[in-house]
Every structure is written in structure tokens, then in C-alpha cells.
Design a protein around this ligand. Structure first.
Ligand code: KG4
Ligand code: ZN
Length: 360
């Protein structure tokens, strides 16, 4: 079975062809293209929705053609689509920016009309979880057990818009154990990057700067530290960083003070994620744990979580996708679709959702 997947929920225009075969428990990537708009949004310090939709419109057809290995749409003729051997179309329908999502869903609706292929709507957050079912060479080198996750499992999804702990007892069966009450972890990284005069997206920049800093230099608060909840809060941490930046007066973007703030901030975020993860694992003991979402690309988080689980829950097998599959892409959307019940929606029924909770 081959799935052509499209992702345009935020600022990445992405298309991928994914394959499932009877002899493998993994989903394999046949082709994948991601066009990032990060540079365009840098001067705004975050995603500018109108700019994002316009750029998706410019990029969607070239990205699609490249993923399919077809010539770009020429003189009003649709390229020969049948050669790619696609069985299903999949597309992110939410959560995300409506103007961005619409570019993906309308493209897929048009393809559905033109080809008659069934369309599978996908929740972007499910995509972040299903990244751990994609086979890759990088995974073979880094993981102790080269096998896909098994149920029941726990997943920590940390992205630019969400921070959630999810329990799954079967495919596409999501139980939300906790989520952020204010900012998402990635959002906190992006805001701190802005305060420190770094660029966008902030996560990788803060993380790089943190390598030169002292993690003990500042004692930043851990959100909801003394509540036995699996919920998160990062707004207090962001305010504490703002206060330190103001206290320091001018903080040179790559100076010692900025590096110390970045390092201490990153530590506080990771401590909060580990603390709430340990609450979740007490509530629902599992053997498999998935880390997903853009912030899962963070090296410090990946290392600390691995060490934490090895000490606290040595029986738990940790699944962490390669960094390129943590940030937004279409491979993960195809993977989530592959494990769904394959119920299609008609092109005219395809809707988009700014908010789209993961429900079973
Ligand atoms: O999943 P994602 O690509 O998009 C959303 O679904 O939101 O996540 C983007 C977020 C951004 O906030 C970005 O700063 C953060 O992930 N991020 C990171 C790293 N790479 C991306 N945060 C910390 N460390 C990183 N290495
Ligand atoms: Zn995402």
C-alpha cells in the first residue's frame, strides 16, 4: 500500500510517499520533500499566518511534483499520476493555521476529484506520535531495540503549539493524561530566543547557545512542580527569564549571560517534562515510550529522557525518531494514516480545524 501525504499546518510545505508492506511492521519512506519557510518568518520572530499561506500556495505544486518524481504541472495538464502507484491520499486537517491547512486540504481535494483516490484526514499531533513507526537508517544506529513501538505505550508530544502526555492502548486510541495549561514547550523556546535576540525558530538556537552556558547559573521555576498533575505550565518560566534579561540590562545575543540563561532555561524545561513524565508513568505503567514533536529534536532533552528512563524505569523501551522526523514533515502524516482504519472522506467533506484535540 502506498500513501501520498501532504502537510501544511504551519510553516513547512511538505509531501511524502510512504509505503507499507505485508512483511514489515514499519512504514517506509519512498520519497519526502520539506520546504521550510523559517527564513521568511524570522523577522517576525514567529510564524506570520498570511505570509505562511501565500508561501504554501507558491510551494505546494513543486513540492508535490518533486515527491512524486513528476514534472511540475505543465500547460494545464495534470502529470501522469498513475505511475507513482498511489493507493491513498492523506492530509493534515488540524490543528494548525486555517489558511495554511486549507492549501493542503484543497490540493488533496482537487487530487481526489481528479484521480478518484480515497482521502484520509490526519491529525497533525497523531503524526508526531507515528514518527516512531517510520523505518530509517539513523534509527538502526541509535536504538537499542530495532523494532516499532508496542501497546500499551506512553507518548510525550512536545511541539511549537502543544505539550502533551498521551496513553495509547491501541492504534489511534488516545487518552490525554496531561497537557500545557498555557504556553507549549516549543513556544517557550521561541519566546526565550526572541528575548535573547536570537532568531526563529528559537529551539535549535537556544539549544546551541546553551551548550556554552552553565545550567546552574539561574534557578528558574519548574511549572506546577508541587502539583501531582500530569499538566504542564511554561508561562512562569518565560516570565522569570524575562525578569533576568531585564535585570541584566543589555544581554549580548551570544554573550556569557545569554548562554547561562539559555542553559538554565533549557534545564528547567527538561526538568518539567521529566517530572510530569514520571507522574504519567506512575499512573499508567507501560513498556514503550515515544518522544515526538519539534522539541524532541532537542539533544539535551533526548539525552536526559534516555538517562531518566534507564534509571527510573529500566524496562521501558524509548522510541525517539531522527531529528528530521521530529519537526514538521509529511512522512509522519502518511505513517499516521497507514495505521488508521483507512476510512476515507469525500473531497467535498474535507474540513480544516484550528483546534483539533486527539480523541479516540
Ligand atoms: O512540531 P514542530 O515542527 O511544529 C509544530 O507542530 O509546532 O515544532 C516546532 C517547535 C518550535 O517551537 C521550535 O523552536 C521547536 O519545535 N524546536 C526545538 C528544537 N528544534 C525545533 N526546540 C528545542 N530544541 C530543538 N533542537
Ligand atoms: Zn508539528
Amino acid at each position: 500500500m502506498r500513501i501520498l501525504a501532504i502537510e501544511t499546518s504551519c510553516d513547512e510545505t511538505a509531501a511524502a510517499v510512504m509505503e507499507v508492506t505485508a512483511d514489515s511492521p514499519w512504514v517506509k519512506t519512498v520519497a519526502s520533500v520539506v520546504a521550510s519557510q523559517a527564513q521568511l518568518h524570522e523577522k517576525y520572530g514567529g510564524v506570520y499566518p498570511e505570509v505562511a499561506s501565500r508561501e504554501h500556495i507558491r510551494k505546494i505544486l513543486p513540492v508535490l511534483a518533486e515527491a512524486l518524481g513528476l514534472p511540475v504541472y505543465e500547460r494545464g495538464r495534470l502529470p501522469d499520476f498513475s505511475a507513482a502507484g498511489i493507493d491513498y491520499l492523506a492530509v493534515t486537517v488540524g490543528p494548525g493555521l486555517i489558511g495554511s491547512l486549507l492549501v493542503g486540504t484543497q490540493t488533496v481535494a482537487a487530487l481526489g476529484y481528479a484521480t478518484g483516490l480515497p482521502i484520509l484526514p490526519v491529525n497533525h499531533l497523531a503524526g508526531h506520535i507515528y514518527a516512531s513507526w517510520i523505518d530509517s537508517a539513523e534509527l538502526k544506529h541509535t536504538q537499542q531495540a530495532h523494532r516499532p513501538p508496542e501497546f500499551p505505550l506512553m507518548s510525550l508530544v512536545v511541539s511549537g503549539g502543544h505539550t502533551m502526555l498521551i496513553y495509547m492502548k491501541a492504534h489511534h486510541h488516545f487518552e490525554l493524561l496531561g497537557q500545557t495549561r498555557d504556553d507549549a514547550a516549543g513556544e517557550a523556546f521561541d519566546k526565550v530566543a526572541k528575548l535573547l535576540g536570537l532568531g526563529y525558530p528559537g529551539g535549535p538556537l537556544v539549544s546551541q547557545l546553551a551548550l556554552k552556558g552553565n545550567r546552574q547559573a539561574y534557578k528558574f521555576p519548574i511549572g506546577l512542580e508541587h502539583e501531582a498533575t500530569c499538566d504542564f505550565s511554561f508561562s512562569g518560566l518565560k516570565t522569570a527569564v524575562l525578569r533576568e534579561v531585564q535585570k541584566a540590562g543589555e544581554v549580548a545575543p551570544h554573550g556569557v549571560a545569554a548562554a547561562n540563561i539559555a542553559a538554565s532555561f533549557e534545564k528547567a524545561v527538561v526538568e518539567a517534562l521529566l517530572l510530569k513524565t514520571s507522574h504519567a508513568l506512575q499512573r499508567r505503567p507501560v513498556r514503550h515510550f515515544i518522544l515526538g514533536g519539534g522539541v524532541a529534536a532537542n539533544t539535551y532533552l533526548r539525552e536526559r529522557l534516555a538517562t531518566f528512563l534507564a534509571h527510573k524505569s529500566p524496562a521501558v523501551i524509548l522510541h525517539v525518531p531522527p531529528s528530521g522526523l521530529c519537526t514538521d514533515n509529511a512522512e509522519v502524516i502518511g505513517a499516521a494514516a497507514a495505521f488508521s482504519d483507512l476510512t476515507p472522506v469525500a473531497p467535498s467533506e474535507l474540513k480544516t480545524y484550528a483546534r483539533y484535540p486527539l480523541v479516540s
